[in-house]
Design a protein around this ligand. Structure first.
Ligand code: NAP
Length: 242
C-alpha cells in the first residue's frame, strides 16, 4: 500500500519506517528538516519536508503522495522527556494533537486516503475500576497540566474517529521505552517502542475503526481488544525481525 507517515523521524516513526518497508509498503515520510529527510531516504522512504501547521503545503504534499493510509505519529516532546523542558511541552503537544491533527485529517480527506491511524496515549482514563478498557471515559474533569493533555487527546481522537469517509483508528499507547526514547524502562502502562510501531503496522489491515489500548499487560489497562483484533504482541522487538 501507499502510506503517508506523518512524524516519520520520531521515536516510533523511525522504527515504523523499517517495518513498513519490510512489509513491502511504499512510504512517504514527513519531517520539517532537510537533514532528517536524507536519513528517511536512506531508510527506504520517500521524504517530504513539511510543517503540520502549514495546512496548504501539507494538503498538497499528502495529495501528491496518493496514500491509501495516513499514519499520524506526530508529537512535540523534548528528547528523552527531559524534565527541564517539560513545562512548555504540554501545551505544545496539545497543539499538535488539536491543530496539527485537524490539518492532517483535512489533508487525508482531500487526498482520498481510506484510513487514518493516529497515535494517542493510554493513561488519560478517568479514575474508575481497573483495568481500563477502550469503552471507559477519559478524564475530562482533570485539572492543571493534565487537563491540557486530556483536551489535546480528546480533540485528536474526535478528529480521527469522526471524519468520514476516513476509517479512523486510534492507538492509545503506553509510556514508551527502548531505542530513541531515552529510557530503558517506563512506568505502567509501559510499551516498548518496537511494539508501538508494530501495532501501527498491524492496524493498517487488521483494525476495525475505533480505539485500541496498546501497552504491556498489567493491572491498569486491558489490551485484550488489541490482542484479539490485531494479534498485537507487546513483546515484539524489531531486532529479531529486520
Ligand atoms: N507514549 C509515549 O510515551 C510517547 C509518545 C511519543 C513520544 N514520546 C517520547 O517523547 C520524546 C520525544 O519524542 P520523539 O523523539 O518522537 O520526538 P518529537 O519531537 O516528539 O517528534 C515526533 C515526530 O513529530 C514530528 N513533528 C513534531 N512537530 C512537528 C511539526 N510542527 N510539523 C511536522 N512534524 C512535526 C517530528 O518531525 P521532525 O522533528 O523531523 O520535523 C517527529 O517525526 C521521546 O523521549 C519519546 O520516547 C513518548
Amino acid at each position: 500500500m501507499r502510506i503517508v507517515l506523518a512524524g516519520a523521524t520520531g521515536a516510533i516513526g523511525k522504527r515504523l519506517v523499517l517495518l513498513l518497508r519490510k512489509a513491502g509498503h511504499h512510504v512517504v515520510g514527513t519531517t520539517r528538516s532537510t537533514a532528517k529527510a536524507d536519513a528517511l531516504r536512506a531508510a527506504g522512504a520517500e521524504a517530504v519536508v513539511v510543517d503540520v501547521f502549514d495546512a496548504t503545503v501539507l494538503t498538497r504534499a499528502v495529495s501528491a503522495a496518493r496514500p491509501d493510509v495516513v499514519i499520524h505519529q506526530l508529537t512535540d516532546l523534548p528528547p528523552g522527556l527531559d524534565p527541564g523542558r517539560m513545562a512548555d511541552a504540554g501545551p505544545r503537544n496539545a497543539r499538535i494533537r488539536s491543530e496539527g491533527t485537524e490539518n492532517l485529517v483535512r489533508a487525508a480527506l482531500a487526498s482520498g486516503a481510506r484510513r487514518l491511524i493516529a497515535q494517542s496515549i493510554a493513561w488519560m482514563y478517568a479514575p474508575g475500576r481497573q483495568p481500563y478498557t477502550e469503552a471507559d471515559p477519559l478524564d475530562i474533569d482533570a485539572q492543571g497540566a493534565r487537563a491540557i493533555t486530556v483536551a489535546g487527546v480528546v480533540a485528536l481522537e474526535r478528529l480521527a474517529l469522526t471524519s468520514p469517509p476516513l476509517e479512523g483508528v486510534v492507538l492509545r499507547y503506553g509510556h514508551l521505552y527502548g531505542p530513541g526514547t531515552g529510557a530503558d524502562r517506563a512506568e505502567a502502562p509501559s510499551l516498548h517502542v518496537d511494539a508501538a510501531a508494530a501495532a501501527a503496522l498491524l492496524a493498517i489491515e487488521k483494525a476495525h475503526a475505533g480505539i485500541y489500548n496498546i501497552a504491556e499487560p498489567g493491572g491498569y489497562l486491558s489490551i485484550e481488544k488489541a490482542r484479539r483484533d490485531l494479534g498485537f504482541d507487546p513483546s515484539f522487538r524489531l531486532e529479531a525481525q529486520v
